[in-house]
Structures are given as structure tokens and as C-alpha cells.
Design a protein around this ligand. Structure first.
Ligand code: HEC
Length: 453
């Protein structure tokens, strides 16, 4: 495939990122409280509506709330999280009525006022464009933001008013920047043609499209590579005397959760694969089907290779791959299959969305991400099914039948079964294809949860 790459680079930082907290209660550390933080007073944090990261109507109030609660719980500290409009939250922090604000982007310009916690996983900031528009990055904005931005000279770029941008973007007077009120508006302007590009957090955009603007999925798409990946922080006030102790405890709890994998698991569950949250039953069916399909295929292939060698395994694969797909599909009430970057069996073409997902995987792998890490999960634009796909990496044993030098004997056998075979020449580590699952949504109308509005 070829990967277009024009240029641009903008780095808004979100607006939330402040905080100060002054708090009474310094000093009086009672008995065995962890750290030096008084355990009898909850740590008070202000937050805002920013789905899917945090939101009063989200399951468990969203990822950031879950992380922060778990971290403080790990340290034995009670925490109270309250939702405020952005400006009100700022005021409360400034006036010392709360200890901190989250989630926040790290802002060196605010180091004098805020003490930022260590980071926890956040999301990538991206530019969206209209599907079909011939726009791409000329430089990787993560590597050379200036060159990337300059390549977009003259383009109209939608940004959210009040969100903080990077120095590169702020200095980019050659861009025609259009400020709008919120994340939804920036996507709408793009769809309506008011702007050529929209700067937005990828997960926020995905959330909005999934839950509020399913039609947009067909109209706009994110551009890769991402502009920048933004980890999240809690911003604590430097005014409070207990802040030092709170931050120390928070960072210690965070490190423990990072070390044992809990932090990454929460990020995956709530942010990267939110289907588990939004679409519990479909998600579970899809995952179960994918695992069973992959496992049975592998076992069948392995035992055929062992008992009859690769020639026999081709025959077994020919017979059994489609049969196993059909069996697993009906057992879990899903449709599923495998598609390839190049196909051996033309009947494996799969649905159009899987081909789109595969192209996206190819782009990301070309940008250096490991093929085996590729994941896709989304509701169908009409809400009728939950779609998921995982990348299939070419491993050592796959080379026997898909590699650059398949034996003459084997080639002949493959050709006899698959006269149009194109699925050779794959290098180890490369993206071979993907495994896709489509799980019908069973309760109509239950597609989006209620988050806010
Ligand atoms: C013994 C030879 C053999 C080996 C080893 C093998 N494959 Fe295949 N592969 C096949 C055959 C035959 C098909 C066509 C099956 C069908 O008709 O659906 C196929 C099909 C596929 C497809 C479906 C898309 C297409 O091109 O039709 C994918 C994806 C795939 N293989 C991935 C892999 C991966 C990944 C590995 C290693 C883990 C692997 N294969 C190892 C023979 C093999």
C-alpha cells in the first residue's frame, strides 16, 4: 500500500489542566495513615465532563475517575471526586476548596502553581479529515511538528476554544485556525465543510461518533501518525501543605498499579476497547468467538503439520478453516473470518469494514507499530452490530506456506487448491491479515449508554 504523508502538526493541549488546591488539614497526621496524609479527610478532586475519560453519566464515572480512585485506594486514602463545569472547577481549585483537578495535561508553564502527579495513560491527539480528501502528513508530526504543520499551510483547521495548544501550533500563523466551542462542534464543522481539518483527542472523537454521531463514521476519519500522545495527570496545588504528601502517595499507588498491569488493563478496558463498557454482551461474544476461532485454527493447523507435514496441512486448512469459522460463528451467534493483506482464498474477502480496518492496520504497522498489537473495535454506524478485529502477525511457522520462498512442491499443492493465490512473500513480523468478528446487537436501542446530555 502506499502511505500518503503531507504535513501538519498541531498540538492543542486540552484545557483542563489546572489546579490548585489549598487545603486545610495540613499537619495533623493521625495514626497509621499511609504517607503523611491525614487519612480521615478525603482528598477532594474536581473533575469535568469529558467522555470517555471522565463523565458523571459514564459507567463508573469513566476511566480517569476509576484510575484515581483505585490509586488512592491502593494507598488507603479516601477520595471524593465531584463534577463541575470547567470554569467552576478552576475557581474551586484556585480558592483552595478542593485539593486537585483531573485529568490534566502536563503544563510546564504552570509548574509554579501546580504540582503534577506522575502520568497515567491518556490518548493521542489527532487531526480528522473528511474521507476522500487528499490530505496527509508530509512529515511525522511526532518527529518534526514544524515541518508537518507547514505542509498544511492555508488549510482551515478547527480547534476548540480554550484548549491549550503547543508552541508549534500557536506559532503557526500560516494556518487558518477556526475556534469552536467544544469537541462536538469541531467535528461538525469538519463534516459541514467549514474547516478542512479538526484537531481532537482520538478517543473523544471515537466516543462522540459512536454514541452521538454514528453517521460521521462514514464521513470523516483520523489521520495518522498521531500528532502527539498525551498522558494524563492529576494537578495538585502548591499552596496546600499536604499536597507534597498526597502527591507522594498518589505516585506510589500509581507505580504499584503500573507494575502489576492494572493501570494498562483499565486503560484498555475503558478507553482502547470501550465496547466492553458500552456493549457488554456483544463485546463478550465477539471476544469469545475470536479466541475460540484462533485457538481451534491453530490447533488444527499444528496437528495437521505434525501428522502429515505442510502438504497435508494445506488440504486440512482448505477443508477445515471455513468449517471452523462457520461452527464458531453459529455457536456464538456472530459472523467471523480472516482476511489477508493479500488473499489465498478469494472467498475470504470479508466485509467492507474489515477491509477498511485492515488498511488502517497496514498504515499503523508501516508507521512502526507491531502487527500483533493491532486492534479495532467499534459499533457499526447504524448501531446494528459490534465489530472487532485483531491483527494477525506473520510468525516463523507461517513462512512455510506464506513466506517469500515456499517450496516448489508446496506451491504446486497450494496452486491446485487456490489458483489465484496471492498470499506468499510475507516476511516474519509483517502483518498477514486480520481476524474479524461481527456480533449483532441484540437489544435495539441499547447502543449508546446515557453519558450526559
Ligand atoms: C500449511 C500451510 C499454512 C500455514 C503453515 C499457514 N497457513 Fe495461512 N493459509 C493456508 C491456506 C491453505 C489458507 C486458505 C484457507 C481457506 O481456504 O480459507 C490460508 C489462509 C490464511 C488466511 C486467510 C486469508 C487468505 O489469504 O485466504 C490468513 C489470515 C492466514 N492464512 C494467516 C496465517 C498465519 C498468521 C499463519 C501462521 C500462524 C498461517 N496462516 C500459516 C495455509 C497455511
Amino acid at each position: 500500500m502506499n502511505i500518503p504523508r503531507p504535513v501538519l502538526a498541531l498540538f492543542p493541549l486540552c484545557a483542563f489542566a489546572l489546579l490548585l488546591a489549598a487545603t486545610r488539614a495540613e499537619g495533623a497526621a493521625p495514626d497509621g495513615a499511609p504517607g503523611e496524609v491525614p487519612a480521615n479527610l478525603p482528598v477532594r478532586l474536581a473533575t469535568l465532563e469529558w467522555p470517555p475519560y471522565v463523565g458523571s453519566g459514564l459507567p463508573d464515572q469513566g476511566y480517569a475517575a476509576v484510575v484515581v480512585r483505585a490509586v488512592f485506594e491502593e494507598q488507603g486514602l479516601p477520595v471524593q471526586i465531584d463534577f463541575y463545569p470547567w470554569t467552576r472547577g478552576l475557581y474551586l481549585v484556585a480558592s483552595g476548596e478542593v485539593d486537585g483537578l483531573m485529568p490534566a495535561y502536563l503544563q510546564p508553564s504552570r509548574f509554579d502553581r501546580f504540582q503534577f502527579s506522575d502520568p497515567f495513560p491518556g490518548g493521542p491527539l489527532v487531526m480528522y479529515k473528511r474521507r476522500g480528501d487528499d490530505l496527509a502528513f508530509a512529515a511525522d508530526p511526532g518527529v518534526d511538528p514544524e515541518a508537518a504543520l507547514r505542509g498544511l499551510s492555508g488549510k482551515r483547521v478547527g480547534v476548540v476554544r480554550g484548549y491549550l495548544n503547543t508552541p508549534e501550533l500557536d506559532a503557526a500563523d500560516y494556518l487558518d485556525r477556526e475556534e469552536v466551542n467544544d469537541d462536538a462542534a469541531v467535528l461538525r464543522e469538519l463534516v459541514d465543510g467549514q474547516v478542512d481539518l479538526a484537531v481532537i483527542d482520538l478517543r473523544v472523537a471515537e466516543y462522540l461518533i459512536r454514541n452521538h454521531y454514528p453517521d460521521y463514521a462514514e464521513l470523516i476519519e483520523p489521520m495518522f501518525p498521531v500528532l502527539r500522545d498525551f498522558p494524563l495527570h492529576v494537578a495538585f496545588s502548591r499552596k496546600s501543605r499536604r499536597t507534597e504528601a498526597i502527591v507522594t502517595a498518589f505516585n506510589r499507588g500509581l507505580e504499584a498499579m503500573r507494575a502489576d498491569g492494572r493501570l494498562e488493563a483499565l486503560h484498555q478496558h475503558y478507553i482502547v476497547h470501550p465496547g466492553a463498557v458500552d456493549q457488554q454482551s456483544e463485546h463478550v461474544r465477539a471476544e469469545a468467538a475470536a479466541t475460540e476461532f484462533a485457538t481451534r485454527l491453530r490447533q488444527t493447523l499444528m496437528s495437521a503439520m505434525k501428522s502429515g507435514g505442510p502438504l497435508a496441512a494445506v488440504d486440512v486448512c482448505h477443508q477445515d478453516a471455513p468449517r471452523i469459522a462457520a461452527e464458531v460463528g453459529s455457536a456464538h451467534d456472530v459472523a467471523l473470518g480472516r482476511v489477508g493483506v493479500r488473499l489465498r482464498n478469494p472467498a475470504n474477502a470479508g466485509p467492507a469494514w474489515a477491509a477498511d480496518a485492515l488498511r488502517d492496520f497496514q498504515r499503523r504497522v508501516a508507521d512502526g507499530e507491531p502487527a500483533g498489537d493491532m486492534r479495532y473495535a467499534a459499533l457499526a454506524p447504524d448501531g446494528s452490530s459490534y465489530r472487532t478485529a485483531l491483527g494477525l502477525q506473520t510468525e516463523g511457522p507461517c513462512l512455510i506456506c506464506h513466506g517469500p520462498s515456499v517450496s516448489a512442491e508446496l506451491t504446486e499443492r497450494i496452486r491446485s487448491r487456490y489458483p489465484d493465490d496471492e498470499a506468499t512473500g510475507f516476511a516474519a513480523g509483517s502483518l498477514r491479515g486480520l481476524l474479524w468478528v461481527e456480533a449483532p446487537v441484540k437489544t435495539p436501542g441499547s447502543s449508546g449508554e446515557s453519558a450526559k446530555h
